[in-house]
Write a protein that binds this ligand. Structure first.
Ligand SMILES: Cc1cc2nc3c(=O)[nH]c(=O)nc-3n(C[C@H](O)[C@H](O)[C@H](O)COP(=O)(O)OP(=O)(O)OC[C@H]3O[C@@H](n4cnc5c(N)ncnc54)[C@H](O)[C@@H]3O)c2cc1C
Length: 495
């Protein structure tokens, strides 16, 4: 029996991205899924600049952007579609070095990821294969799987449960979900325009107390609609094609569009109270679920695996003890919890505007789409009040060997120290750590960073230390640089 370094249960977007991130470090990875082929329908539709940087680690970000749409504005509207609140969306490249938000078509996105997976000799994929049991031994996990009625075992050092909202792994480990008490049913429809029609490039949250509705102009001719299921709805009637076309009638009709699918989803808001147990981890929807108002569910999962993959690398390369895995939940849980809360807030704002339509008092007290993600609360060195530490580092363009390159191309999923000074003196101990972790040293000069993305950082710090997941660990001046580097020992349990 081949022994794998990492077994991933679930070949959805989170499991597949996780497989590539680990395979890029050279590990032998196996992915299993009980289904065959990528998701035939879209669920996720929106991704952001930070996730594009993860997709760029394996060169598909450009393809995603080329096959995407950027909406111009988000509107909370009255039932007749008159705007109540309009939020213009930035169209220019964000400081992440990529567009702020783009809309993609999930079956296409998954095909880009799977094509990349097929180029890795160290990733094995078994579809039509269900994980039915597993045993966590001291130094590995034994998976019991079934494929076409045949039982077989897989042995792996680690098992990552990217097995979605009803995760078998989470349930088998008896891990509870903390519930935010948000449970709503929504009818989700995807359609494609087939004749030229005038539809604005917008996201509209229609705050109609009789039926809150979301309209979103996707990539190409793809359109997304979401209709809240109301207490008096008869579900069989609601799912009928005629009823659906009636709901779609403010935007499209049978003559100009094709209905791809319409399904009823339960929108939940919950988070697993434990994210890892010895050699087993949860990531993606198995660890957290949120309503899709902010389009952040998949993105939260991608942040999970970007956080976990380099920690697995440090452990497997004998650089860290197993205690490094304690940092996974400490860093990711509060961040994911914030995303769930923020998504629920958008839902509450929609409900509030609906109540106002019925004559009740409502003025939103919290912000909706224009909020920034918070810093990670752990695994950082400097004070996150600087609005730099614990956040993804901005991505400047640098001139390297006379070529324009994005910063991430030089970081290469390693730790990196970046400075605009031309000197670098550190203690013997700090040098040893730099060697042990293969920390990249990146020096910028006056030709670099034409968009001044790093200027706020260099006003405060002379050196900045970035983690492999592109989050800023901390900043320092010349005097305390060695101390910052040395602190990695305790922060990440270095051996
Ligand atoms: C209507 C809607 C709109 C959304 N919009 C967005 C959006 O715009 N942006 C965004 O970021 N997110 C969005 N989301 C959320 C996003 O779709 C999910 O967060 C994301 O798909 C989760 O990915 P995952 O890989 O964790 O899980 P999944 O995609 O659910 O994949 C889990 C996989 O595990 C497999 N599996 C499960 N159990 C087993 C087993 N025992 N053995 C083998 N295989 C198993 C399943 O077959 C499945 O393929 C939306 C969700 C919905 C419902």
């Amino acid at each position: 029996m081949i022994k794998y370094d990492v077994a991933i249960c679930g070949y959805g977007p989170v499991g597949s991205v996780c497989a590539i991130l680990l395979a890029q470090y050279g590990y032998k990875v196996i992915v299993i899924d009980k289904n065959i082929g990528p998701s035939p329908t879209a669920r996720a539709i929106n991704t952001d600049g930070e996730q594009l940087r993860v997709f760029d680690k394996f060169n598909i970000a450009k393809t995603i952007v080329e096959n995407s749409n950027q909406i111009e504005r988000v509107i909370f509207s009255k039932p007749n579609l008159d705007a109540i609140q309009t939020l213009e969306q930035p169209q220019e490249e964000s400081e992440m070095g990529w567009p702020n938000q783009v809309l993609f078509y999930q079956p296409e996105l998954e095909s880009f990821i799977r094509e990349k997976i097929s180029s890795f000799k160290n990733i094995d994929v078994i579809e039509d294969c269900e994980l039915i049991d597993f045993k966590d031994k001291k130094n590995s996990v034994l998976l019991n799987c079934i494929k076409q009625k045949k039982l077989f075992n897989i042995e792996s050092t680690f098992l990552i449960g990217c097995d979605g909202a009803s995760s078998f792994i989470r349930k088998k480990l008896n891990i509870e979900l903390d519930d935010f008490g948000y449970n709503q049913k929504w009818l989700v429809c995807d359609a494609h325009i087939v004749k030229k029609i005038e539809l604005k490039n917008e996201l509209i949250q229609v705050c109609d107390p009789k039926r809150p509705t979301t309209f979103l102009r996707g990539r190409g001719e793809h359109l997304r609609f979401e209709f809240k299921v109301m207490p008096n709805d008869n579900l069989n009637h609601l799912k009928k094609e005629d009823t659906i076309w009636e709901l779609l009638s403010p935007w499209i009709n049978k003559n100009n569009s094709l209905l791809e699918r319409a399904d009823i989803y339960n929108f939940h808001a919950c988070i697993a109270n434990k994210w890892n147990q010895n050699n087993i981890f949860l990531a993606g929807d198995s660890a957290h679920q949120m309503p899709p108002f902010m389009g952040a569910g998949m993105g939260t999962g991608i942040r999970d695996v970007a956080n976990l993959s380099w920690k697995i690398d440090l452990f497997l390369r004998n650089r860290s003890t197993k205690s490094i895995f304690n940092t996974y939940q400490k860093e990711r849980y509060p961040h994911a919890k914030w995303s769930i809360g923020q998504t629920v807030t958008i839902g509450e704002i929609i409900e509030g505007f609906c109540a106002a339509e019925e004559g009740k008092q409502f003025k939103p007290t919290r912000r909706s789409y224009d909020v920034k993600f918070p810093h990670i609360p752990n695994g950082i060195y400097s004070n996150p009040e600087d609005k730099i530490t614990g956040l993804p580092i901005p991505q400047p363009i640098l001139f390297h060997d006379k070529e324009r390159v994005r910063l991430d191309t030089l970081i290469k999923s390693k730790f990196a120290i970046i400075s605009n000074l031309n000197e670098f003196k550190v203690s013997k101990k700090a040098k040893q750590i730099i060697e042990k972790l293969d920390i990249k040293l990146i020096f910028m000069d006056e030709n670099d960073d034409p968009d001044n993305r790093m200027s706020k950082i260099f006003k405060l710090y002379e050196y900045i230390l970035v983690r492999p997941d592109l989050y800023v660990y901390g900043g320092s001046d010349k005097k305390s640089l060695s101390k910052m580097i040395k602190s990695l020992e305790t922060s990440f349990y270095l051996i």
